[in-house]
Ligand binder design. Sequence first.
Ligand SMILES: Nc1ncnc2c1ncn2[C@@H]1O[C@H](COP(=O)(O)OP(=O)(O)O)[C@@H](O)[C@H]1O
Ligand SMILES: [Mg+2]
Length: 275
Amino acid sequence: MALTLEHVSKRFGSLVAIKDLSLTFERGAIYSIIGPNGAGKSTVVNMVAGSYTVTSGVIRLDAHVVSSLAKHQIARLGISRTYQNLRLFDGMSVLENLEVCFFTDSLPGLFRRGGHRMTKVERLKRCHACLHDFNLADVAENLAGDLPYGRQKVLELARAFVTDAPVVLLDEPAAGLNHTETKEMARRIASLKRSDRAIILVEHDMDLVMSISDRVDVLNHGELLYSGSPDAVRRNEKVQEAYLGTAAELDIVRKLTEGRRTSGGIRAHAGVVRH
Ligand SMILES: Nc1ncnc2c1ncn2[C@@H]1O[C@H](COP(=O)(O)OP(=O)(O)O)[C@@H](O)[C@H]1O
Ligand SMILES: [Mg+2]
């Protein structure tokens, strides 16, 4: 039982954003997709969730060919997501932002459970449990737009989980969060790991990625550069080199190279960039 990408490619005009990508995501694990800006991470999320069509290749969830379905059908199958930029309904309450996930076509939506349509009572019960789990009960009636940014990110996360989707895609859940909030987000996502759920995380914060992932897939220029455990990714020179070249990524390089000070090659590269 798995989500699979089989030789998936995506073109935007002449730009090849994803090239011949094959990956398997099993339930019961947290996967991270990392890579420099523009590597194609969000494009993968958008293709799996049906926001983008694939140019070639197939995406499957178990027996279903996801890549030939519309976005709302994919949501119904049990693939939910968050967005790189927040997409809350600012003028609705926190509770309403959760409730609406059970109805709308364009948002995480799983309307049926065990083949039957959930009743309003069941939906509300689930929403209140979710408010509690995500520490949002005290602001249930507040407008989502009035929450501080950190709690808006938590609400965005809660929305991806409220429908109990077996596949959850998280696009940069820690973007814009401070250090403490990021640590809290890491703890939260780790606690959401379940044997019947695959969590696929796109994230820039390497501490977060390395601390909670079972596998890390590294994209570079739309291609799979490396796939392995956090430790193996940390040790891989190809991965470190992919991140070199932009000052913004230096911190990531530093974190990747931490613990392997013996590698002269990597220090030499990082040194060049620093000058
Ligand atoms: N809707 C789109 N139209 C045109 N080009 C796009 C679109 N979405 C993404 N791209 C391009 O595809 C490449 C990968 O983008 P993206 O998946 O957003 O990268 P990442 O999330 O890894 O930073 C980039 O060159 C980006 O400009
Ligand atoms: Mg992105």
